[in-house]
Design a protein around this ligand. Structure first.
Ligand code: ADP
Ligand code: MG
Length: 696
């Protein structure tokens, strides 16, 4: 017996468990609510709840929890035991349909961006039947959406589900136009590649910056970093291998299809990629993956760093969002087809993505913006902050031929007519998979490389789904009225290529020259979070989300507020941490070293006049000077924190970026120089070398 297929999904209340444990009619109702969003009636909900409870108790669970994804970007749960008193000091285990369908956590402390005044602080959680319930740590977890009393989304799941509906609605209109009446639903699929660092727990615990902020706020460059690229795909160390093994096993039990694992570029950096699945499930699974990574690392006396940029000067961590569109029959709509019609349909969906990325580059940039990811984007190892798309030479020349009504390849001297000609075959993955592009077509899916490693993937996929739904809506509006479908389709595709080709760039995205060219093409270069967040409120973006019923205007404004608040909070904590470490750990240690150097010079001079004590005197002078200079920078940073603008969140965020972050960086410069010069026994903290090479 192979134990993996045996245990895969063993902690998931999935279709096969439901088929076994539910009466046929109830099972069918659940299926309908999963595929078509039909509401389960309360009698059926009671049956499902009971079956879930019995199954969970057999697996050792004692509690249930509505598992939800507030706007903190991580998950939340509040446990309720199944216990219910029946008199005489006895209890039974109970779980009602009502408890399954709806919960009411007292959730007033989650960020709501002003959506919820505290006097009506109640939030509701509502069962999402499209994502299976599962058992984690003896708790039956029910995936739920989280809304306010007035029905506004307070979480990351609700808008994602709404965006799935939007692309389903518009996508169906398109496939119908191509004569497909069998398809009943269209979904997007995602496979997120998750990067992370592992470091030893003992050294981690000595760094308050890692503990409080998840990243190092200073640290001199170690003699060895990632120069040799010897870590990338290198042999996996035994401790890391043991961690990966346990992680895989736990993920498989939860039905997460963890598939590839390897060492990444920086020392201590690794990656895990699952097999792709429906987007909203992929989002749930990615949350579970991040949670388990953290937990299992601890069991192995390590700490998993999910921060986008834990170490300056080394690669940061991202989360490549591989995304495609798929019918319920399993046809990938971004896969080139065999017949002229399939080809034409492929080209139209491709155009929908090109137009979406061009029209909503600002929203895509916002969807990945955070204080942490700002350190990564545009830093020459991650995609630039400019959004552009890579299609590959082959596909681009096909699009050129269509755009210019010119002949192409084996379509003999004739111009390509979309919907009439078979497209020339273009091989997949032949091109040098451009690694510098933020948004790359990789044969039958797009890979969006800007998302940061710690973020929920919901935000980016809400934007992708909705923006593509909007392109599709516009195309369906035109094509449904067409007198000659083929001619209309041809012209439409040609026009979309003409209007949106500026977003396509196949060259090196890290090149300075590209940034200049991008600006001349009119593409946005939004370098930091405060630069891009105002675009949230652009009328075209509000119109997009309102039209497709993904966000109301109030919900958008709340998210704008939360983005700014969390940016400011992160920078505030970082500044406070840096000040505390400088004042309490670094300056006292270095100053003690300076004093001892001076003492040693004085002592030696008393006994010997021959020694120039050059090492000690020069060092003492240099370090003494650095301590003074750093202290001035401490005062300047403290001063900035005392003068925060109070009136407006955007102004505050800009101030944090220009006045606080920049002063932190100046101070860091001196601290790193001190670290380089201070004797190891005096330096109070683990160095980059200690942290990066701590796991053997
Ligand atoms: P890379 O070469 O970029 O490291 P991998 O092949 O390791 O990429 O990972 C690619 C990811 O893309 C995997 O998670 C895979 O499941 C996912 N993927 C493949 N096909 C699709 C698709 N049609 N839709 C969404 N994701 C997909
Ligand atoms: Mg990748």
């Amino acid at each position: 017996m192979n134990p993996i297929p045996e245990t895969f999904g063993s902690m998931v209340f999935n279709d096969s468990v439901m088929r076994q444990r539910l009466p046929k009619d109830v099972f069918q109702q659940v299926q309908l609510s999963m595929t078509e969003g039909k509401r389960l009636d309360s009698a059926a909900a009671t049956v499902v709840a009971n079956a879930m409870k019995d199954w969970a108790i057999e697996k050792g669970a004692t509690h249930y929890s509505h598992w939800f994804q507030p706007m903190t970007g991580i998950t939340a749960e509040k446990h309720e035991s199944f216990l219910s008193p029946v008199g005489g000091g006895r209890v039974i285990m109970e779980f009602s349909g009502k408890e399954l369908i709806q919960g009411e956590p007292d959730a007033s402390s989650f960020p709501s961006g002003g959506l919820r005044a505290t006097f009506e602080a109640r939030g509701y959680t509502a069962w999402d039947p499209t994502s299976y319930a599962f058992i984690k740590d003896g708790i039956l977890c029910i995936p739920t959406a989280f809304c306010s009393y007035g029905g506004e989304a307070l979480d990351k799941k609700t808008p994602l589900l709404r965006s799935m509906e939007a692309i389903n609605r518009q996508g169906l209109r398109i496939v119908r136009l191509f004569g497909n009446n069998r398809v009943t639903s269209i979904k997007t699929t995602v496979g997120p590649e998750q990067e992370y660092f592992l470091i030893d727990r003992e050294v981690y615990e000595k760094r308050k910056d890692l503990i409080y902020t998840g990243r190092t706020l200073f640290g001199a460059k170690p003699p060895k970093g990632q120069e040799l690229d010897d870590h990338y795909f290198g042999a996996i160390k035994p401790r890391v291998a043991a961690f990966m093994k346990e992680l895989n096993e736990e993920l498989w039990k939860l039905g997460v299809m963890a598939k590839t694992e390897h060492n990444e570029v920086a020392p201590g950096q690794h990656e895990l990629a699952p097999i792709f699945t429906t987007t909203n499930i992929a989002a749930d699974h990615n949350q579970l993956t991040m949670e388990l990574m953290r937990k299992i690392a601890k069991k192995h006396d390590m700490v998993c760093l999910l921060h986008e940029k834990p170490f300056a000067g080394l690669n940061g961590s991202g989360k490549h969002n591989n995304w495609s569109i798929c019918t319920n029959e399993g046809v990938n709509l971004l896969e080139p087809g065999e017949t002229p019609y399939e080809n034409a349909q492929f080209l139209l969906f491709l155009c929908a993505v090109i137009q979406a990325v061009d029209d909503y580059q600002d929203m895509l940039r916002i969807s990945v913006a955070s204080a942490a990811n700002d350190h990564r984007l545009g830093a020459n190892e991650a995609p630039p902050a400019v959004v552009s798309m890579f299609l590959g030479a082959e596909l681009e020349s096909i699009l050129n031929a269509i755009e210019n009504e010119a002949p192409y390849g084996n379509v003999k001297k004739e111009q390509i007519k979309v919907g009439v000609h078979v497209l020339p075959k273009f091989p997949r993955d032949t091109t040098d998979r451009n690694r510098t592009s933020p948004f790359a077509f990789t044969g039958n899916k797009f890979e969006f490389r800007m998302p940061g490693s710690s973020a929920s993937i919901s935000g980016v996929n809400v934007v992708l789904n909705t923006a593509v739904a909007e392109s599709l809506r516009q195309y369906a509006d035109i094509l449904e009225q067409a007198e000659n479908f083929e001619a209309c389709l041809h012209d439409l595709i040609r026009d979309v290529i003409r209007s949106h080709k500026r977003i396509v760039f196949n060259g090196n995205g890290y090149d300075e020259a590209w940034i200049k060219e991008a600006e001349s093409r009119g593409l946005l270069n939004l370098r930091s979070t405060p630069d891009c967040v105002p675009y949230y409120l652009a009328q075209k973006n509000i119109d997009l989300f309102v039209r497709h019923r993904v966000y109301s205007e109030t919900e958008i404004r709340a998210r704008y507020q939360i983005k700014l608040d969390s940016y400011c909070k992160v920078l505030h904590m970082e500044a406070q941490t840096l000040l505390e470490m400088t004042r309490k750990e670094i300056l006292p240690s270095v100053s003690a070293y300076v004093r001892d150097l001076t003492d040693s010079v004085l002592t030696r001079r008393e006994y010997s006049t021959r020694s120039a004590c050059r090492f000690e005197t020069e060092l003492e002078e240099k370090l003494g000077g650095l301590v003074d200079a750093a202290y001035v920078k401490v005062l300047a940073l403290e001063d900035a924190l005392r003068n925060l603008p109070k009136d407006d969140s955007l102004r505050l965020a800009v101030f944090y970026r220009d006045e606080v972050l920049s002063r932190m960086e100046e101070l860091r410069h001196d601290l790193d120089e001190m670290e380089r010069l201070t004797a190891a026994e005096y330096w109070p903290l683990p160095t980059y070398g200690d942290l990066l090479f701590s796991v053997n």
